[in-house]
Design a protein around this ligand. Structure first.
Ligand SMILES: Cc1cc2nc3c(=O)[nH]c(=O)nc-3n(C[C@H](O)[C@H](O)[C@H](O)COP(=O)(O)OP(=O)(O)OC[C@H]3O[C@@H](n4cnc5c(N)ncnc54)[C@H](O)[C@@H]3O)c2cc1C
Length: 480
């Protein structure tokens, strides 16, 4: 019997698993996909929001500002790419100026540090790429950018190294309360736990309904993006937002920690799982990005993607124990700024579980930190030293992103080893560059097959069933 089962391996579930692994608590995370961070947590704007957007007094406001505060140290501990570059919310007219002033007041109430309204020469010195039609902006120096999927993966890796368990490809199909414990059924069999935490993202309402009457509804909203090549990296220094509207924070133009420029998202109601890109969505993104930053070069787009917001039927996160089923907790309706808020939500929910009487003594095996080699970021001297230590760092597999065989093998040997091309991409950045994996894909596939002892026909692009090769068409019929 587990102490805690977490349903869903997005950034919220993985942050909670990491947090629980500090204590002598038996925790198991069940994820329906073949990797963690394969839902909304891999497809968002990757911004660590400052916290002026959410209404003062809301859970969102508290978790956002606290999550932002925790992020720098956590990213240092977990060796996550993170840059505190600051953000601007720009205004074109006096109506926007009034909204910016409201955000400034709200941000101060929420405890956001260093907020300032800037205009004129100072504004254009800070961000020369802005449209000259912009009259003022709210500057938030505590906003940042992060590798969101890596943040979730790193926490899951540390938790597993510290004794927690993760079951992948384990979709939860039912939950039954039996006395003072739960039986959680999955496609891989049943698991038992004293407490269950529902962190199933867009599916959190249906998972909640496995134990109680409908108490909230998720209305999925899709956001589409363009990723621009690293040739555009110098376009903007800061995260540039327009004034927010009823549709959300609006189309952002932002650098990424990987050196690209990200442009998006729009906001459209959609069915669950509807991750397509549409001409209308991308036109909307392009038009609105160009309004704030006229130099956005959409011809340098190397990839489109979309992510789905778990938009709840209220304007706040749903975090805490169910009112009807003792021992069942929700981390639900976690739309933006959920990525930023995740560490603070995790600490809070871990505290609620400890208050229930779980063993709060420290786990002697707790793994707080990890470090990874990112060959391309090493100095020339350290590159030579890395190759001397491990000659696999001397073989480049992904030419666009300069990723070495050594880094891929490192990832394949860490806890939660990747079993798909995209799982390696999320850990090592292979295939994130201009050729989008055209060159390195087969070599990455061969490495997964070698180190995992799998046939190449068993290795999908991403989720189960997304197979790339199904067998030989020519030559000797040997194992692939
Ligand atoms: C377009 C867009 C832009 C955003 N931009 C930002 C931003 O810049 N900054 C920010 O702070 N936030 C942002 N967010 C919000 C942020 O991405 C989310 O709040 C966060 O990723 C939610 O994490 P999660 O763990 O709750 O959900 P998810 O990442 O969706 O994880 C839920 C997991 O549960 C699994 N699951 C579902 N059903 C089951 C089941 N039955 N059994 C087992 N597993 C199951 C799923 O496979 C998934 O892995 C954005 C969101 C979107 C969509």
């Amino acid at each position: 019997m587990e102490d805690v089962i977490i349903i869903g391996g997005g950034v919220c579930g993985c942050s909670l698993l990491y947090e629980l692994s500090r204590y002598k608590i038996k925790a198991l995370l069940l994820e329906k996909e073949n990797d963690v961070a394969d839902g909304t947590s891999k497809a968002n704007t990757a911004i660590v929001h400052a916290g002026y957007d959410p209404e003062a007094g809301s859970k969102m406001a508290h978790y956002n500002v606290e999550g932002n505060r925790l992020m720098e140290q956590l990213c240092a501990d977990l060796d996550i790419m993170y840059k505190k570059i600051g953000s601007l919310v720009v205004g074109f007219d006096e109506t926007d100026r009034k909204n910016i002033e409201k955000l400034y007041i709200q941000g101060n109430k929420n405890g956001v540090p260093g907020l300032r309204i800037v205009e004129g020469e100072e504004l254009f010195r800070m961000e020369p790429a802005l449209s000259r039609d912009i009259i003022c902006a709210l500057y938030a120096p505590s906003a940042g950018i992060i590798a969101p999927w890596e943040f979730a993966i790193a926490q899951a890796e540390c938790a597993v190294a510290g004794g927690a368990r993760v079951e992948l490809s384990a979709e939860v199909t039912g939950i039954k309360k039996e006395g003072d414990f739960f039986i959680v059924s999955t496609v891989k069999g049943a698991f038992e736990a004293r407490y269950v935490v529902n962190a199933a993202g867009v599916n959190s309402d249906s998972v909640n309904e496995m134990v109680e009457e409908k108490s909230f509804t998720i209305h999925p909203k899709r956001g589409e993006y363009c990723v621009l090549d690293t040739t555009e990296a110098k376009l903007v220094n800061l995260v540039v937002f327009p004034c927010p509207s009823a549709l959300g924070k609006g189309v952002v133009v932002t650098p990424t920690v990987h050196g690209n420029i990200l442009v998006g998202p729009d906001s459209t109601d959609c069915p669950r799982g509807s991750l397509e890109n549409t001409a209308e969505g991308l036109d909307y993104v392009a038009k609105n990005a160009l309004r704030c930053v006229p130099g956005v070069n959409l011809r340098a787009s190397i990839r489109n993607f979309s992510g789905i917001r778990a938009h709840p039927d209220r304007d706040d996160f749903i975090v805490g124990e169910s009112e009807h089923v003792a021992g069942f907790f929700n981390i639900a309706g976690v739309k933006s700024p959920g990525l930023t808020s995740s560490p603070s939500i995790a600490r809070d929910v871990a505290g609620m579980l400890l208050d229930k009487g779980l063993d709060a003594s420290p786990n002697p095996a707790f793994v707080a930190e990890r470090s990874v080699v990112r060959f391309k970021h090493l100095s020339e001297e350290n590159k030579q030293e890395a190759i001397r230590r491990n000659p696999l760092y001397g073989t480049i597999v992904c030419r666009c992103e300069t990723v070495t065989e050594g880094e891929i093998v490192d990832a394949l040997r860490r806890p939660l080893p990747p079993r798909s091309l995209d799982a390696v991409k999320r850990r090592c950045t292979t295939g994130m560059g201009r050729c989008q994996g055209g060159f390195c894909g087969p070599r990455v596939m061969a490495l997964i097959a070698k180190y995992a002892g799998l046939s190449q026909t068993d290795i999908p692009l991403d989720k189960e069933g997304m197979y790339i090769i199904t067998g030989r068409t020519k030559g000797k019929r040997t194992a692939l």
